[in-house]
Design a protein around this ligand. Structure first.
Ligand code: DC
Length: 219
C-alpha cells in the first residue's frame, strides 16, 4: 500500500457514507463506498437472473463482472460494464441481496482487487464492513462507527421516498442485515482491534467528522 488509507467500518445506518464523503472532502482525497460494490454485484445478479447459490454459475458471473467507480463533482458513480447503475442499487431488495451475496467467499475475493487497486493510486477514505480487518489491515487510521438500532433505523427511514417509507420494515431488515453481516464466516462486520470506536447515536455528522479529524491530526 503506497498511499495513506483511512478506514471506516460499522453497521448499516451508522453514517459511514456521509461521513466518509465529508471527511474526504476536508482532507482533499477520494472516498470509496465499498457497500456500493456489493450492491453492484446484487444488481447484476438480479438483472442477469444469476443462480448465485450455485458455485459454478456464481464463478462464471464474477469472471465476467466489470465494476468500477467514477468520481463526479465529489460524488461516486458506480459503473457496471460501462453503464451507470448508481441510481438502481438502493432498493430494499438490492440491499438484502447485497448482504446475502456478500457472505459468499468468491464474491469477496472478486471485489478485493478492485478495492486494493484504488488504494494503490491515491490517498482515500474507505468505508464498509471489513476495511480495517481484512482489506486494509495496515491502514494508517481505522475507525469503527456505530449507533443504537432505533437511531440508525430512523436515519434510514428519513432518507426514503414517501412510497418506500415503512418504519417497522426498515428496523426489521436492518436488524437482520446486522446479524447476517456480523455472523457470516467470511470477513464478518467487526471492529479491528486497533480501530477507534465512535458511538454516533447522539452526535451530528460534523461532530463525528471533527472527532475523526482530531484523531488523525493528533497522530
Ligand atoms: O454499506 P451498505 O449498506 O451499502 O452495504 C451493503 C451490504 O454489502 C452490506 O449489508 C454487507 C455488504 N458489505 C460487505 O460485506 N463488506 C463491505 N466492505 C461493504 C458492504
Amino acid at each position: 500500500m503506497k498511499y495513506r488509507i483511512i478506514t471506516i467500518d460499522g453497521p448499516a445506518g451508522a453514517g459511514k457514507t456521509t461521513i466518509a464523503n465529508l471527511l474526504a472532502r476536508q482532507l482533499g482525497c477520494v472516498y470509496v463506498d465499498t457497500g456500493a460494490l456489493y450492491r453492484g454485484v446484487a444488481y447484476e445478479i438480479k438483472h442477469r437472473a444469476i443462480d448465485w447459490e450455485n458455485d459454478e454459475c456464481l464463478e462464471a458471473f464474477l469472471a465476467d463482472l466489470d465494476l468500477n467507480f467514477l468520481m463526479e463533482e465529489g460524488n461516486l458513480v458506480l459503473i457496471s460494464s460501462g453503464k451507470d447503475i448508481t441510481s438502481c442499487i438502493r432498493t430494499p431488495e438490492i440491499t438484502m441481496q447485497a448482504s446475502a451475496a456478500s457472505a459468499r467467499p468468491q464474491v469477496r475475493l472478486a471485489l478485493l482487487d478492485i478495492q486494493r487497486n484504488i488504494a494503490q493510486k491515491q490517498e482515500a477514505v474507505f468505508e464498509g464492513r471489513d476495511m480495517g480487518t481484512v482489506v486494509f489491515p495496515e491502514a494508517a487510521f481505522k475507525f469503527f462507527l456505530f449507533a443504537d438500532l432505533s437511531v440508525r433505523a430512523k436515519r434510514r427511514y428519513e432518507e426514503m421516498s414517501e412510497e418506500q417509507k415503512d418504519m417497522q420494515r426498515v428496523k426489521q431488515e436492518m436488524e437482520k442485515r446486522d446479524a447476517d453481516d456480523s455472523q457470516r464466516k467470511e470477513a464478518p462486520l467487526m471492529a479491528a482491534s486497533d480501530a477507534i470506536k465512535i458511538d454516533s447515536s447522539s452526535l451530528t455528522i460534523q461532530e463525528v467528522v471533527d472527532k475523526i479529524l482530531k484523531n488523525i491530526q493528533k497522530a
